[in-house]
Design a protein. Structure first.
Lengths: 250, 250
DNA sequence: CGCCCTCTTGAAATTGTTCAATAGAGGTGG
DNA sequence: CCACCTCTATTGAACAATTTCAAGAGGGCG
């Protein structure tokens, strides 16, 4: 999906032994420089690869549920994941969508604080939590990277609180589309048209709206010629500047 | 305010030199075990104390503003701080209230992602960011602690998104009061009546409501005999179980 | 080709907001 | 110590945004 980004293509890479069967695919990983593995050299990378399992997650399948023992952490390598929390009566708040390069499963309790489910077909790297923790004490760089990731997520969460608490439906949808565009751009995808793989319900649960309001607002933006709804869940951001104006500085 | 909690009261503490003038007050710090300094022994603590400045923050005064260079991080030792983000037109979202023991200023950009202001008179420990970072590489325990704190804040932020996106005014207020009670309890205060030092506007900006709705909802809960509004911004939680029921698992 | 699920659209209902006025609390100065 | 003044909180009524309830349209998959 994303373009390959071999970020150590110089001639100095040491000869890393490739194990037979499940040989470390990490050195060819296209999103390596986006994620937790970024600060590691090839040798360290191999140690990381030794504790990792590659898993595939069909669309709509749960990765884990809130309250389960948090035995693993994950790194998304392809696809879209949603994470959410539920109220006792079933109301749902999607707290984030995760894409290739994103890390997930951070928890300082021994149980997950939220549920995670594949939106599209996903590929992930799965790390046993315990082993990653061991590895972190050996490679403080990884811990630093994780703190960095956490700080980032915190800033994103605060931005989302601003959206949820203070923005109108129109502003929320505009912000959402721009966020998707920004994330796609980070992964090296074109940003004139955005892929919106999640359902209206998921979007509503992310933005604190109902499906109907999401739908109506899309229609409204479409009629104002700010966006175009294309086939294959693609949305063209025809008037990016105008959208940014509506979104309120995001 | 909170009870003293000297957590290393054994007989093995080494003789720590106390500098003359601004001698490390840390060893008598009542919230030490709640915060970033918790994992340090007395010697390490002294090194920490060497880079710290104690500051006092009168009510209503800004600590820093969003977008300013993030040169310092802080630790609240007394009082209440609010942190918030603004939209271009002035709408405000309070993303958190901070109390004694709370850490603030985490940012991986070089500027603050939010503004911070004293609600009540506050005392804080101020660390130069650069120096704390140096210290972290020397004491990985501190970095671990910070990652822990960040993970915690992340879980709190997700809970808040659930509140902002999916709870009714009544549920929001109930959750808010229970949160204050829980935080007060953590600091070792009684939890039958809660101190609510912030204005209705601040509460509204925290919960995604208007002042009027906050006020009306307080009145409504009061009339239902779930709370009592006492003098000095104290609120008695008369029917804790009922409130928890309304709050929806918080 | 048709069925099912999601998305869209419409109309009524509701929650929370906005605008406006009153009440109350805390602080100041006479 | 009290009166006054100002700021904050409360209350009321009209309004607006979003939700809810309901029905129809579209699209993808077997």
């Amino acid at each position: 999906m994303a373009a390959f980004d071999i970020n150590h293509a110089g001639g100095l890479a040491p000869a890393v032994p490739r194990e037979g069967a499940g040989a470390s695919p990490c050195s060819a990983c296209s999103i390596r420089n986006l994620t937790i593995c970024a600060p590691l050299n090839d040798i360290e990378q191999t140690q990381m690869a030794a504790i990792v399992t590659n898993i595939e997650q069909p669309p709509g399948t749960p990765l884990f549920d809130e309250g389960e023992p948090a035995d693993h952490v994950f790194n998304v390598t392809a696809g879209t994941i949603k994470v959410y929390k539920l109220l006792p009566d079933g109301r749902r708040q999607v707290t984030g969508f995760l894409f290739a390069g994103d890390f997930l499963g951070l928890a300082n309790q021994d149980t997950y604080a939220y549920s995670a489910e594949a939106v599209t077909a996903c590929h992930l790297c799965r790390f046993p939590r315990r082993k990653l923790e061991d590895l972190m004490t050996r490679f403080p760089k990884v811990e630093q990277r994780l703190l960095n990731i956490a700080s980032n997520e915190l800033a994103v969460a605060q931005e989302q609180m601003l959206l949820l608490g203070r923005k109108t439906a129109r502003e929320k949808i505009a912000s959402f589309l721009l966020l998707l565009a920004k994330r796609a751009q980070q992964r090296g995808q074109k940003d004139d048209s955005v892929s919106v793989p999640m359902s209206r319900t998921d979007i509503g649960d992310y933005l604190g709206l109902t499906t109907e309001t999401v739908s109506r607002t899309f229609t409204q933006l479409k009629k104002a010629n700010l966006i175009r709804l294309l086939p294959n869940s693609q949305v063209e951001l025809s008037q990016r500047a105008e959208l940014e104006d509506i979104a309120g500085g995001f």
